[in-house]
Design a protein around this ligand. Structure first.
Ligand SMILES: [Zn+2]
Ligand SMILES: [Zn+2]
Length: 375
């Protein structure tokens, strides 16, 4: 039999607002709630149906998927099946139904619509690698060592001794949850016996003692691309911890930490360098060598009369742009260095030279003196 339309289940128009959906659902859920209709199978089914319909339609993303693909959007292997909306933070089945009960029954009721917990993928792991700016420029590779939870090879993560099978938990009959009456309310709790898995291991695997997991030491090679930025996160899919009961592995996140460089400061793909320039070069003009990445240098012409704080841009001499062919720029800000520690002879020569200078050689000073006299 074809599944009824979710909008029809809730008795609302396809254009219904989120508030209208919620109000329709609350009305129907109260009417058909199993606690209100004990032992009434038809009500229970109706309750399940409206809960399912509301759970899909209340979320914009899953509602859009339903509008486009219908029920097929939420079937295994369908357009929105596992890996589609099943991802973390996305549409996640019927996990939120309990919220509504908290609102109007005062306790976390759960519902018959809630199935046994699906196997969850394993935890993500994180680690850090330290590299130099030079390595960030060139791209590099790092070995990372880590210990993770792996699916037991002997039982393939099931925890059951090879040849035996996990059996249905007797306490919860495989539901993974147990119900308890508390006054007027029926409360559901994860089953203590099976930790909510619905299955128990009668004959545990000798290698993992029934846990389904073993510790595993891994040595991984991580490729770090040229142009990587400080704090970049590289994801190694499936290199995290194994999930429980043979479920999928989580991911490994490698955070890249770039050590500060001795003379270069980075902003995005651009590099900045504050460079002292000899007094005489600044006076007469000349060429200086600007140190670059990879022990290379580039020549920079300093014009006669250059002053401290002046900035020069060397196009394409910055960092490579991540996953692109272009480079940022290098900005060189010069600091004119005044010679110190002069000998007597040097001082004498300098005085002779200084005496030859006049206002034409110091236009800024002349203008300043002029303004000071007039004010
Ligand atoms: Zn095992
Ligand atoms: Zn159980």
């Amino acid at each position: 039999m074809a599944k009824a339309d979710y909008y029809d289940q809730l008795g609302v128009d396809r254009s219904a607002s989120t508030a209208e959906l919620k109000s329709a659902y609350r009305k129907l859920a109260k009417q058909y709630h199993p606690d209100v209709n004990p032992g009434d199978a038809a009500s229970e089914q109706k309750f399940k149906d409206v809960s399912e319909a509301y759970d899909v339609l209340k979320d914009d993303q899953s509602r859009a998927a339903y509008d486009q693909f219908g029920h097929a959007a939420f079937e295994q292997g369908g357009a929105g099946g596992q890996g589609g909306f099943g991802g973390q933070g996305g549409f996640s089945g019927f996990g939120d139904i309990g919220d509504i009960f908290e609102e109007f029954f005062g306790g976390r009721g759960g519902g018959p619509g809630q199935g046994r917990r699906q196997p969850q993928r394993g935890d993500d792991l994180r680690t850090q690698v330290d590299i130099s700016l030079q390595e960030a420029y060139d791209g590099t590779e790092r070995q990372v060592n880590l210990t993770r939870a792996a699916a037991c090879g002997t039982c393939r993560g099931s925890g059951a001794k090879p040849g035996s099978q996990p059996t249905t938990c007797g306490t919860c009959q495989g539901h993974g949850k147990v119900r308890a009456q508390q006054g007027f309310f029926t409360i559901e709790r994860p089953c203590h016996q099976c930790q909510g898995r619905g299955q128990v291991i009668g004959d545990p695997c000798g290698d993992c003692r029934g846990g389904g997991q073993t510790r595993e030491s891994r040595n991984l090679s991580v490729a770090i691309p040229a142009g990587v930025e400080d704090g970049t996160r590289i994801r190694l899919s499936g290199e995290g911890n194994a999930g429980p009961n043979g479920a999928a592995y989580g991911d490994l996140y490698v955070f890249v930490n770039i050590a500060p460089h001795g003379i270069l400061r980075r902003e995005g793909a651009d590099l900045f360098c504050a460079m002292p320039v000899a007094f005489d070069i600044a006076v007469r003009g000349g060429t200086v060598n600007v140190p670059l990445m990879g022990n290379k240098a580039v020549k920079l012409s300093i014009p006669a009369g250059a002053h401290s704080g002046q900035q020069f841009r060397l196009r394409g001499k910055g960092m490579p742009v991540l996953r692109a062919r272009n480079y940022g720029d290098l900005y060189v800000q010069i600091e004119v260095e005044i010679p110190t520690g002069l000998s007597r002879e040097q001082k004498k020569r300098f005085e002779a030279f200084a005496d030859s200078l006049d206002d034409a050689n110091y236009p800024d000073l002349a203008a300043f003196t002029d303004r000071a006299e007039k004010s």
